[in-house]
Design a protein around this ligand. Sequence first.
Ligand code: PMP
Ligand code: GLU
Length: 401
Amino acid sequence: MLTLSQALERIRPSPTVAITAEARRLAAEGRDIIALSAGEPDFDTPDHVKAAAHAAIDRGETKYTSPEGLPELRRAVADKFRRENGLDVAPSQVVVSTGGKQVLFNALIATLNPGDEVIVPAPYWVSYPDIVALAGALPVIVPTTAEAGFKLAPDALAAAIGPRTRWLILNSPGNPSGAGYAAAELAALAEVLLAHPDVWVLSDDIYEHIAYPPYRFATIAAVEPRLAGRTLVLNGVSKGYAMTGWRIGFGAGPEPLVRAMVKLQSQSTTSACTISQWAAVAALEGPQAHIAERGAAFRRRRDMVVARLNAIEGIACPVPEGAFYVYPSVAGLLGRRTPDGERIATDTDFVRALLAATGVAVVPGEAFGLAPHFRISYAASDATLAEACDRIAGFCARLQG
Ligand code: PMP
Ligand code: GLU
C-alpha cells in the first residue's frame, strides 16, 4: 500500500493549475470552451528572446549551471533591480530558480519551522498558504475588502503580528485582485513592520510590468530601505516577458537567506534550465518596447471586461490597478437557481454551473480565500473576451429567484 507523507496531506493540488487542466481536457473532447482560468499572458515570447535561446543551444550551453544561476543572469538581475526598482542589490544576493514559484518554495521551506506563522492577506495567490502549510507552519489569513481595494490595512497587519510571525507576504499588483499598492500605502505598512524587527517581508513583484497609470508600481524595500535587510524580492520573466513555460524566476535578498535557498535548490532541481537562463539574460537586457505595447492591450481588455461585467445585474467588478485579472463579486446572485433548478449558494456553485452551461472556465474566489468572487484572467483576445462576457451575461440573465 502506498502511504503518503503527512506534509502532503496538508495541501491541495493548485486549483488554478487544476481548473486550467480541466478546461484543456474538455476542449480536447471537442467542447466549446473559453478558458479564462490560466494566469499567463496570451502573447508570445519576444523574438529576440527566442533567438537568444537558439544561440545558447548552438554554442553548446546545454550543461548544468551552478545552483544559484549563471553569473551573467545574476548580474543582469542585479542591474534590473537597481535600474528599475532603485534597489541596491549585488549579484551575490540573487538566486535564479525554476520560476518564481520555486523562489517562494525555497524561501519558505528554508526558513520555516513547525508553529511559525506567515501573514497572508486574502485574496491571495493559491500557492502561498499551501507552501506555508507544507513547511509545517501556519498561514495567518488576513481578509481585505473590495471597498479597501483588496489591500492590507496597517492596523490589520499590526493586529495579525504575533511572537511566531516570521514573514509577511505582499503581492502587488496582486493575483487574483489586480490590486496595486501605492508607495504611500507601502510606507504605512513599513511603519508597522519597523516595530517588529523579526518579521521578514516576501515581496512578490511578479506582475510589476503589468501596471496601469495613474497607478505606479512600487516595491517596499525601495520605499523603506530600512526593511531591505529583511526583505526577499521575488520576480521573474514569466508575466512581463510572456515566458511562463521557460520557468525562470529570481529572488534577491540578504546573503544568508539566499545561501540557504541555494543549498535547498542544490538538493532539488540543481539549477534552472540553462537555455532558459540565457533567454532571460536577453529578456532583461534587450529591447523593452513590448512591455508598453502589451500593457496597452491589457488595459483595453481590462476596461472592456470591467464595463461588461458591471452591466450584469448581480455582478460587481472593481477596477484593478495591475496584473491581468479581475475579481468580481457574485454576492448579488447567491440564492438564485439555474433553469435546471440548481441553487447557486457559493461562488464555487456559480463557477461550476457557468462552465457546464456556457463553457466559460474561471476560478472561484473560494480558491483565493475571499468569497463570493470569481477570477477572470483577461489574457485573451478581445473577441474571446467579448464572447465570454456575452455568455456570462446570458447565463446570469437565465438565473431565477
Ligand atoms: N506569484 C504570483 C502571484 C503568481 O501569480 C505566479 C504565477 N503562477 C507566480 C508568483 C509564479 O510564477 P512563475 O513560477 O511562472 O514565475
Ligand atoms: N499564477 C498563475 C495562476 O494563478 C499560474 C498558475 C499557478 O502557478 O498557480 O493562474
